[in-house]
Design a protein around this ligand. Structure first.
Ligand code: NAD
Length: 437
């Protein structure tokens, strides 16, 4: 099938290359010419395991190409995927200007009968709105299908090629669009992944409900962590005890420094905002966001408490800046909240991240020392804070850390060192919802 993928970010690039990998002829288009130039030079634009190899192979074999001519890339294709960003506005609502712009371009540039597939995360009602935009801006009959994406950064290629489910929101009477979607995804459902067909509003809601429910589990466990700290409980034990009930399951129950990334924070807020506009108060979703906003200050509060309220001049080392391991994405990362608060308080910050260092350097310039070697963070540090649980931080050389640090505080934002009895090794160990001994 001939496909145009609009937007070459985390979702667009992975989807584009994934569809090329299954035999389709794909052109990935983006308005950012620098991105396209870099892709055409064979450069890696995001860190995603397995992605670069897949891109190189599909380009070489002639199934994948990149273009900054968005309208031109739409001519002569059977399907156009929209994978552009939907960032949060100041009031929490989703900014749909890029999605709308692509729909307007498609209204004029797409061939008759083309299926427009909305992969971006968009509020309920957007599918219907895009149909209207297309009708108002052109005279061709185009089909609009909602197909939200569920990939996880850090494992995106695998998620795309081996999906748990593929949600397709389409008018059940639109046989052409439904048949094309079934045919397109057939290779990905052979190994058991299910294609779930529903109407567009249900598909749009499914994406927000899934992210909000996962975020809700995290916020709930973060509240429980605070309760553990004052009652002598251990949130890891509670997590294992609760998660072993198969009705609950063990995923997304980890206490930590608050959730970040480009999806949970914005999607929870956008869902609350959309519902409010429609006269429905989503109390649980709103509380999930409020709890997370508080939790994002927890590492800073713990540092402040340890140093008697004064952080001016303290040298704080940070391990992990990306919002989670295996990605270079720092959007809404809890490390940024911590770094901002520390700088504001007059502390000196040194940080390390295996993949997100360049993004962090770009953001902070010389206000934060971003080092290449993880152990350089610990030199003369008053405290070492683990924010992102990259594997390489999980079993470090604590003797070396002790020798290099000036102070003794190890603040473990992910509770990965909780069982190492670090207090007995001369450290002051603190975690989230775990006891110090
Ligand atoms: P991104 O910011 O990484 O990429 C968006 C791309 O769209 C950029 O390259 C940008 O230049 C391009 N773009 C913007 N306006 C354009 C236009 N008018 N024409 C052509 N290109 C344009 O975003 P992302 O993380 O890939 O997310 C894209 C969408 O997918 C969002 O709605 C997001 O919520 C959703 N989503 C993201 C993830 C994720 O893990 N990142 C997972 C599931 C769903």
């Amino acid at each position: 099938m001939k496909i145009c993928m609009v937007g070459t970010g985390y979702v667009g690039l992975v989807t584009g290359v994934g569809l090329a990998e299954t035999g389709n002829d794909v052109v990935c288009a983006d308005i950012d010419p620098t991105k396209i130039e870099r892709l055409n030079r064979g450069e890696s634009i995001i860190h995603e395991p397995g992605l670069d190899e897949l891109v190189a192979r599909n380009v070489k074999e002639g199934r994948l190409r990149f273009s900054s001519d968005v309208a031109g890339s739409m001519a002569d294709v059977e399907m156009i995927f929209i994978g552009v960003g939907t960032p949060p506005r100041e009031d929490g609502s989703a900014d749909l200007s890029a999605v709308d712009a692509v729909a307007k371009t498609a209204a004029k540039a797409a061939p008759e009968g083309c299926v427009i597939v909305v992969k971006s995360t968009v509020p309920v009602g957007t599918n219907a709105r895009l149909r209207k935009i297309i009708a108002d801006n052109g005279d061709r009959k185009l089909h609009v299908v909602s197909n939200p994406e569920f990939l996880k950064e850090g494992d995106a290629v695998n998620d795309f090629l081996r999906p748990d489910r593929i949600i397709v929101g389409a008018d059940p009477n639109d046989k052409h669009a439904v048949d094309l979607m079934r045919r397109l995804y057939h290779p990905l459902t052979l190994s058991g992944g299910r294609l779930v067909l529903m109407n567009p509003p249900s598909a749009e809601l499914t994406k927000y409900v899934a992210n909000t429910m996962l975020a809700m589990r995290i916020s709930f466990m973060n509240e429980i962590a605070s309760l553990c700290e004052i009652t002598g409980g251990d949130v890891n034990s509670v997590r294992i005890g609760v998660g072993s009930d198969h009705r609950i399951g063990k995923h997304f129950l980890y206490a930590g420094p608050g959730y970040g990334g480009s999806c949970f924070p914005k999607d929870v807020q956008a869902m609350v905002h959309t519902a409010k506009q429609l006269g429905v108060e989503l109390e649980l979703a709103a509380a999930t966001h409020r709890v997370n906003a508080i939790q994002k200050g927890t590492l800073f509060r713990k540092l402040k408490q340890h140093f008697g309220g004064e952080l001016k001049g303290k040298k704080i080392g940070i391990w992990g800046i990306a919002f989670k391991p295996r990605t270079d994405d720092i959007r809404e990362a809890p490390a940024l909240d911590l770094i901002d608060a520390l700088l504001e308080a007059g502390a000196k910050v040194t940080a390390h991240d295996p993949e997100a260092a360049d993004h962090a350097r770009h953001l902070y310039g010389d206000r934060v020392a971003i080092v290449e070697q993880a152990y350089d963070v610990t030199k003369d540090a008053d405290a070492l804070v683990l924010v992102t649980e990259w594997r390489q931080y999980q079993n470090p050389d604590f003797k070396r850390i002790k020798q290099q640090m000036k102070g003794s505080l190890l603040l473990d934002g992910r509770n990965i060192w909780a069982t190492y009895k670090l207090n007995g090794q001369g450290f002051a160990y603190r975690g989230i919802g775990v006891q110090s001994e």
